[in-house]
Design a protein around this ligand. Sequence first.
Ligand code: PLP
Length: 927
Amino acid sequence: MLKTIGVRSLDELIDKTIPASIRSRKALNIPGGPLSEQQYLTSLRQIATLNKVYKTYIGQGYYDTIVPSVILRNVFENPGWYTQYTPYQAEIAQGRLESLLNFQTMVSDLTGLPLANASLLDEGTAAAEAMTMFFNAKNKDHDHITAPKFFVDKNIFSQTKDILLTRAVPVGIELVTGDFNNAAIDSTYFGAIVQYPDSNGAVHDYRAFIQKVQAAGGFVVMATDLLALTLLTPPGELGADAAVGNSQRFGVPMGFGGPHAAFFAAKDDFKRSIPGRIIGVSIDAQGNRALRMALQTREQHIKREKATSNICTAQALLANMAAMYAVYHGPEGLTRIAKRVSLLARTLESELAGLGYNNLNASYFDTIRVQAADPSAIRYAAEERSINFHYSGHYISISLDETTTQEDVLNILEVFTQVEGKGVVTATFDTEDTLDNIPSSVTRTSEFLTHPVFNTHHSETQMMRYMRSLENKDLSLNTSMISLGSCTMKLNAATELIPVSWPEFSKLHPFAPADQWKGYGKLLTELENWLSEITGFAATSLQPNSGAQGEYAGLLTIRAYHADRKEAHRDIILIPISAHGTNPASAVMAGMKVVVVKSDEDGHIDVQDLQEKAEQYKDRLAGLMVTYPSTHGVFEESIKDICQTIHANGGLVYMDGANMNAQVGLTSPGLIGADVCHLNLHKTFAIPHGGGGPGMGPICVIEKLKPYLPKHVSAAPFGSASILLISYAYIKMLGAEGLLRSTEYAILNANYMKARLEKQYKILYSGSNGTCAHEFIVDLRPFKASAGIEAEDVAKRLMDYGFHAPTLSFPVPGTIMIEPTESEDKAELDRFCNALLAIYNEIQAIAEGKADKTDNALKNAPHTQAVICADEWTRAYSRNHAAFPLPYVKENKFWPSVGRVNNTHGDRNLICTCEPVSSYAEETVAG
Ligand SMILES: Cc1ncc(COP(=O)(O)O)c(C=O)c1O
């Protein structure tokens, strides 16, 4: 490989690639590693015993649930699902698109609202997204805000309140907290939020309140609970404009806070402004039904500073799990589960009343709330029995869930009988079918999940096959390399992932008392220290649960720092034109004004333009957002000067850590002179992408920013805590030397591929010594003129060769960006290069007139099995060439399940729930 590149040693390559001025010569201080897989699992078992798994009735948005084993094994623990990427290449992602469409249908049906997305990060941020969506809808002219107020009912979850506050302040939203029963709403309010059932567990009829807000011209979002909605009148039928919540209790472990998929549903009017991704139905080149992400023009890379949300990575894998839970149980099964929970709660209510504890919730679904003279006595007795309730002053609430049994109810009662000094515990279990704890005015009467997919796969055999049939349609890392530049699709090692399912980690509630999560405490502190060491910074916050959330958290840190120095007017943020779209979107959310910095001809930041702008805005400069190595895959030599320029003009430097896979051990954000950065743990630190999430985006800061780290950017204290285990394992098993080697190999692999391809393809941008960092950009624009071939044609043709396309048209339109990572061996790199070189020959054949300009294998790609096997074949090239262009393809053919997807058709006819059965009529006849 070194010979192909033209260097004598790996050291020489690295010396040529990393500017000496920012090169670290010091080994990372990662004590205790490296460990073998066996050693690691043994040591983690020890740490796991420090976590105590109590029976938890804390509620507040997180509930114990039974993860159906068939879903645990076939989705959660299956690389066929968890190593998928976001479904940008729809033709090889139909399985997860189908499942996400099921998720949207499930959310839409249960909430009674026509439009749902797939999916958001957590309930708190979903509520904040609804708030900003309403704010923008009502205040179209941001210079003349007429309705700045948002009403927050006092009984929404406190973590949601905290996040709303975090998100409201920078954009000038005024939160008014009160009781919805007597809220005075006028035209200065753009909206309101209520919780259904509320944080105490009480169920209210919000119709009158919703009408009051809407009469004043505002919108209402209801934060709600999918399981409760099987029994309660859905928000849409109550008149709400939007509904949000957490789908966690649909078979996704609590995991000490996550990951889980939040949901977001809204009225049709919000079609163009709903945050996050929407999966929609369209057709393919042959006119067959095909799914894809709809309205992609809304995606952040296009909207940049005009974006109203920065959601990129969300929680696709967990949305798929929740959708599968609904598919498995169906409407009847879900209703049965909900009723059982509610009936057990009713028994608990009546037995507690007998002991003198009256339920304070007049109407409820699963939660009993009582007052106690001495709550600490109850807490003591409960914890002695390994039971957690939710305590708030003299009030105790007990939220039951799917896992609660009759025996559990007896155990709860035993706590109270002991405190009351009463004798034997008995209970008469309520088996009545009428749930008089839910008033008829809010009892659900409408049907839901009537689509066949929710009424077919109810046995394990059916379910296993259904999930497998979807998995087969998707290309993930268990098929071939996914060389997505900027996304770092590296190995997600089984040993790193296995402990995420251990009960000591998966069954902890995020608000469990601290003495029950000492194991988590230990490893999270270690991880914080390691990430600080790796970035060369002083402190780390593990809260943000995506890269974009990290950006937002980092910018809030910068904002708070300036404000504390009486420089709150510093609101200008410089962002290079080549930045990822989430950068400007996050900046706007943080209340900053974006000023774009140009790139020079080599793709580097235009230093002169940067200097001029930094000086021009020096009185208002908040800072710079910069990706390093650049989004063009180059270590810019000027980076230190760039940072100094920003500092000299009073700003701070935010480094986007998406490209950390080229830095770890060789240099660091601290060394280049940045002040704060986020890390995408789902890139560099081995968390799988899960088809578009989960992810984690912790931020690291220099000493002086430590006091300003924000506390409430995610609903849970440590974001999606359970997957932090994966990054912990990655660092622990590699140790300092392994981390360094990984970075070096990532750079080696990229340079090897570059060397193999550069005779045929023009490679855009390289460092001063001609090397690239961990990724490189291949320019496909010349082929437009020579052969009429576009980047998209190459991307789709790669599917016929069994590969996922590299990152398409980012950061430069008409290009592909290749990032092989250290995880791929030479044979796989060669296979990929051979495919690209063969495609080059195909393009040349068109350019030379040997192949037709329109009827060729590139323009018609990808080729499905149905097309290849059809009775009729009229194309100007052979079937064999279309489907098996190189010998290796025959040995392990991956068939795209649909032909090229028509995006515009789908956007013009937006359908984002499972279509009615009639639309399958033709399929049924054919079958
Ligand atoms: C350079 C860059 N910045 C930021 C992000 C956003 O990260 P996330 O998707 O985790 O929100 C990405 C995601 O791909 C990226 O490539």
